[in-house]
Ligand binder design. Structure first.
Ligand code: UGA
Length: 432
């Protein structure tokens, strides 16, 4: 099938290359010409394991194309995926849909052959109705069908998540589109993915409700972790004990720093704003947002307690600064709250991240980057394990550390408390 992915951000690029790998002809379009030229040379704008190889392979095999000519790409394609950004509007928490509607206006101008227009970007419920309205001003309803097909890809695991999805959600009442899309996804369905067809509005809401639920699950265990710390219980035991109940499930039940990234913070705000517009108060999700915003401050307070309130001139090393492992993404990472606050109190920060130096941290005095784990931690008074990269999972602290007295605050509970105790290392985890 001939597909066009509009927007070569995370969603558009990963989905585009994966569809090409399944044998479709895919054009990835972006108005940023520089990005397109780089992609043609195999230079990938994001860090995502396996993506570069797949781009190069499918570009070479002429299944994947890159273009900045939107009209031409739309005209050549049968299925158009809208994959542009829907960032949070400043002050309101609402999703900014201007890029989505700009694309709809461009599609309106396209040639008069039947096309399926799909929103893959995360868009509030009723956005599909509005896109349909924009298109039907110019086109006969027989010439297009607007469908919602949300993505459930995690950064760092996106190619695997695309190839082995738990479910594929197609929101449309149009039988023809449903048939075509089921066929498009058949290689994944035949490997076991569940395919569900819902109304367009339901598909839009499934995406937000899923992200809000996962954010709630994380926040739930983070709050339980706070109680564990006061009662000398290891929260990992609680996660295991709860997770074995099939009704609860063990995934996304790991306590840690505040959840971050480009999705949970944005989508939890957007769903409460949409609900407000419909005069529905999503109090649970609102309190999740609040609890998560407060979490970095709670963890900082623990850092102060660990250092007995003496933060000035303390050498603190962050292992990992992105919002989670296996990504270079700094968006809404809790390190961006913790690091500035610690410097303000006079700490000297050094960090190491497997994805390199971060421009977001360049502006701070007393923040430096080390090129490897050893040089990052060797002189630290306190090591904060902020993300759960495999690289951090078997560090021989005793042999690396120059200081006799150092402390580890493991915000991802990577290490065994017992083992640390046995090795005589002062160690703190989250929730216990
Ligand atoms: C999330 C969803 O998991 C995807 O299904 C969805 O498609 C994506 O948002 C999106 O809407 O595009 P992502 O933001 O890449 O994916 O990252 P997650 O792996 O979900 O992690 C989000 C945050 O939760 C991170 O800060 C992570 O460290 C934290 N987390 C996750 C925990 O603290 N504990 C957990 O048990 C799991």
């Amino acid at each position: 099938m001939k597909l066009c992915m509009i927007g070569t951000g995370y969603v558009g690029l990963v989905s585009g290359v994966c569809f090409a790998d399944l044998g479709n002809d895919v054009i990835c379009v972006d108005k940023n010409n520089e990005k397109i030229e780089k992609l043609k040379k195999g230079i990938i704008p994001i860090y995502e394991p396996g993506l570069e190889e797949l781009v190069k392979k499918n570009f070479k095999n002429k299944k994947l194309f890159f273009s900045s000519n939107l009209q031409e790409s739309i005209n050549k394609s049968d299925i158009i995926f809208i994959c542009v950004g829907t960032p949070t509007k400043k002050n309101s928490g609402e999703a900014d849909l201007s890029q989505v509607y700009d694309v709809a206006k461009e599609i309106k101008k396209s040639s008069s052959r039947f096309k399926i227009i799909i929103t893959k970007s995360t868009v509030p419920v009723t956005t599909g109705d509005k896109i349909e309205k924009i298109l039907s001003k110019k086109k006969s309803k027989k010439l297009f069908s607007v469908v919602s097909n949300p993505e459930f890809l995690r950064e760092g695991e996106a190619i695997r998540d695309f190839s082995y999805p738990d479910r594929i959600v197609i929101g449309t009442n149009d039988l023809r589109s449903n048939r075509i899309l089921k066929n498009l996804y058949m290689p994944l369905i035949s490997k076991g993915a569940k395919y569900i067809n819902t109304s367009r509005r339901a598909a839009e809401l499934i995406k937000y409700a899923s992200n809000a639920f996962l954010a709630t699950k994380i926040t739930f265990i983070n709050e339980i972790a706070n109680l564990c710390e006061k009662t000398n219980i290891n929260v990992e035991d609680i996660s295991i004990g709860m997770g074995l109940d099939k009704r609860i499930g063990s995934r996304f039940l790991r306590a840690g720093p505040a959840y971050g990234g480009s999705c949970f913070p944005k989508d939890t705000k957007a769903i409460t704003k949409t609900a407000d517009d419909f005069k529905i108060n999503l109090t649970l999700i609102k309190s999740v947002i609040k609890s998560n915003e407060n979490r970095s401050l709670l963890l900082l307070k623990r850092v102060f307690r660990i250092l007995n309130g003496k933060v000035k001139n303390k050498k603190i090393c962050f292992l990992g600064v992105t919002f989670k492992a296996n990504t270079d993404d700094m968006r809404d990472s809790s390190s961006l709250i913790m690091i500035p606050s610690l410097i303000k109190r006079g700490a000297i920060i050094n960090y190491y991240d497997p994805t390199g130096k971060k421009q977001e941290l360049n502006k701070y005095k007393n923040v430096s980057f080390s090129k490897d784990i050893k040089s990052a931690i060797s002189k630290a008074d306190l090591i904060i394990i902020h993300t759960e990269w495999n690289d951090f999972k078997s560090i021989n602290f005793k042999s690396i550390m120059k200081k006799k007295r150092f402390i580890i605050y493991d915000m991802r509970n990577i290490y065994s408390r017992m083992k640390m105790k046995k090795d005589n290392i002062k160690y703190y985890g989250v929730g216990g």
